[in-house]
Ligand binder design. Structure first.
Ligand code: SF4
Ligand code: MSK
Length: 654
């Protein structure tokens, strides 16, 4: 085992993470002389110029660095101003984030096409009702057509999400009419993802688009092409093929690993490989094989976003979020870690080597030096999954490492969707968002917040997520969650109906009546689109304005780190959400570009960005926004009437 040279470990494990299982593994890694991401993150001092996006390396006359303290003092060699440099850097972040989700969506569409054309036999359509509903939502006539015909037409229509060079992306039809009109008027209605990303990259070349006011249009169009494009395609088609989730009990945290089982972790973003692994791991041949080698069976668990999807759909246990992916290997109990795309740290290869874990890449778009590559192909999933199972069983049989599994496990309810919220609040006969809107109007629910996104070793893992969500629910704000944030709150025990008393009086009353937790887990990062659809349904139901920007809602990624997070943030803002990021933001507060993102877009009728590090400050900002929207809707008075404490209630009763 090796210790990375030059890394000084100074912080206590309690300062690095809230997660006790991860603390235990960080202690062990330090004892073992292995440096993992949580310590590398502490030791890395980010470049102060790069952190606020005051440098440019778009051509070789540079790289050019501007002064973050006096950003207008200097320009790049080509004359680019700080606003141009910040806008171009932001644009490239958005292009990458949007490209990642669209690439994911396009791949899922390819699988769907293979199924409906009969070329792929190992996967099928699991939710015909959802297929028909989604098809109808974008104007496909389903009357008198069989499943295959509807599937084919949906496939052809959704192909435009990626390949259109003009026209409008199909799923934008699901946004409120007023918002669609606004996008058209402002020239930001997305056409096709490929053309949007291509145009944005071309506009950021040296000597091209050098007005941040013009760049923002293509930035926004490319971000909208993510949320209302590739991400939504990924969510909707995954539901159709693998089943629309409904509330499911699942175990979360490293205690889901079992010493006497062959432990296989699947980590990444695309559910197809994980679905293939689930089928293969239940094959009696491999279970017998594992037993023949002395194991009690095969234990398949998830991590990060594909883990969140499998937990929501099938109740597959989840071992932890992004901040724990290296730490979990330190248990010595992981026989194979199988990965596909996105958020897979290269550092895993070294940690896996130290603990003799098989690190297996499966996707042609993501190889890692030092890992074993076994390619997964949907037309023959067993070719890949069976090799993985054999390797994992062989590793179990030859385990050399001492095993230490933190005995931390938390049960929670996962698998909420737009469809289930509709059913849960309204029942089968009067399903809809009217009861939610009514509870917002009468003030029991103050507003709705989406709290989503990554963990980042710049801050104590999970802490900002947990503090923020607790503060929001205490103030009667219903919280919707996805991604690594959902896992943080699941570990903290808030994704259970029993957490209702932690909420304010109004929200807890609604939770107790309906039997739901105050925090609803919706799945992976692409499933943020469930929040877009829910918000559009709230507008449609009436009483809360004409567009998403009118709603008492807000979003936050408290511990964000990825370019996908920035793309998600920008599509939320351009859909009408006030969106607050924790950690920091890649702009300088005094610049015109920063002002455009944090104020100007709202003046144009969209949402706006906010940034703060402290979770309580973030909560105040989000609640202030929700209250501002309540006042604009004229429903602030209703809420004041419901805010009675126990002594008021006793007075009323006497
Ligand atoms: Fe410098 Fe301009 Fe080249 Fe950027 S594009 S590196 S600001 S000269
Ligand atoms: S995995 S993008 S760390 S949520 Fe989707 Fe988690 Fe963020 Fe990756």
């Amino acid at each position: 085992m090796t210790k990375e040279k030059g890394v000084k470990i100074q912080a206590s494990v309690q300062d690095r993470t809230m997660c006790e299982a991860t603390q235990q593994m960080l202690e062990k890694a330090r004892r073992d002389g292995v440096v993992i991401d949580l310590d590398r993150g502490y030791d890395m001092k980010p470049c102060p110029i790069g952190e606020v996006s005051a440098c440019c390396k778009h051509c070789y006359m540079g790289p050019c660095r501007l002064n973050p303290r006096d950003p207008y003092k200097k320009v790049g060699v080509c004359g680019a101003t700080i606003d141009t440099i910040e806008a171009r850097n932001f644009a490239r972040n958005i292009a990458t984030g949007s490209a990642s989700h669209n690439d994911h969506g396009r791949h899922i569409l390819g699988l769907f096409r293979g199924i409906v054309e009969g070329r792929i036999k190992d996967f099928s359509i699991a939710d015909v009702l959802k297929l028909e509903k989604v098809a109808k939502s974008i104007g496909i006539e389903i009357e008198g057509k069989d499943v295959q015909q509807v599937g084919l037409e949906l496939c052809n229509e959704l192909e435009k999400t990626f390949s259109n060079v003009d026209g409008e992306m199909p799923f934008t039809k699901r946004a409120p009419k007023v918002l669609q009109e606004q996008w058209r008027k402002d020239g930001i209605m997305p056409r096709g993802a490929m053309v949007e990303v291509m145009e944005l990259m071309s506009r950021t070349h040296i000597g091209c688009d050098q007005d941040y006011n013009n760049l923002i249009t293509q930035i926004s169009r490319t971000a909208l092409a993510d949320g209302w494009g590739g991400s939504m395609v990924a969510t909707e088609l995954s539901d159709i093929m693998f089943g629309t989730p409904s509330p499911t009990l699942a175990d979360v945290n490293m205690g889901v690993l079992k010493e006497d089982y062959v432990n296989i972790i699947v980590h990444g973003h695309e559910p197809a490989m994980f679905e293939g692994m689930l089928a293969a791991a239940n094959d009696s041949f491999f279970i017998d094989e594992a037993k023949a080698k002395g194991a009690s069976g095969i234990n398949l668990v998830g991590m990060c976003c594909s883990g969140a999807e499998m937990m929501s759909r099938h109740g597959v246990p989840h071992a932890g979020n992004f901040g724990s992916t290296e730490a979990v290997v330190v248990t010595g109990a992981v026989d194979a870690m199988v990965v596909d795309i996105q958020c897979i740290k290269q550092g895993l290869a070294e940690v896996a080597k130290c603990y003799d874990t098989q690190l297996i890449t499966t996707n042609p778009r993501c190889h890692i030096e030092g890992a074993t590559h076994i390619e997964f192909e949907e037309k023959d999933p067993r070719e890949c999954t069976d090799q993985i199972l054999s390797k994992a069983i062989a590793r179990y049989a030859s385990r050399k490492m001492p095993i230490e599994i933190p005995q931390k496990i938390q049960q929670g309810v996962h698998g909420f969707t737009h469809e289930y919220i509709e059913y849960m609040l309204g029942g089968t006969f009067r399903g809809g968002y009217t009861p939610l809107n009514d509870n917002i109007i009468n003030g029991r629910i103050r507003g709705v917040a989406g709290v989503v996104g990554c963990t980042n070793p710049k801050v104590k893992q999970d802490w900002v997520h947990i503090e923020l969500v607790k503060e929001l629910i205490k103030n009667d704000v219903l919280v919707l969650q996805t991604g690594c944030s959902q896992i943080a709150l699941a570990k903290a025990g808030l994704l259970v109906p029993e957490a209702a008393p932690l909420a304010g009086p109004g929200l807890s009353e609604v939770c107790e009546t309906v039997g739901m937790p105050p925090v609803l887990g919706l799945g992976s990062c692409v499933d943020n689109t469930r929040i877009l659809i829910a918000a559009s349904a709230m507008v449609e139901s009436g009483g809360l304005g004409n567009t998403i920007a009118d709603l008492p809602v807000a979003g936050c990624a408290p511990e964000w780190m990825s370019e996908k997070a920035l793309a998600i943030g920008q599509y939320f803002v351009m859909s009408g959400f006030y969106t607050v990021f924790g950690i920091g933001f890649p702009t300088i507060k005094e610049t015109k570009f920063h002002d455009l993102l944090f104020n100007g877009l709202e003046q144009q009728g969209y949402g706006r960005w906010g940034v703060a590090k402290d979770p309580h400050k973030i909560a105040q900002m989000m609640i202030a926004h929700i209250d501002k929207k309540r006042a604009a809707l004229g429903i602030d008075k209703a809420r004041e009437r419901t805010l009675v404490d126990m002594s008021d209630r006793r007075d009323l009763a006497s």
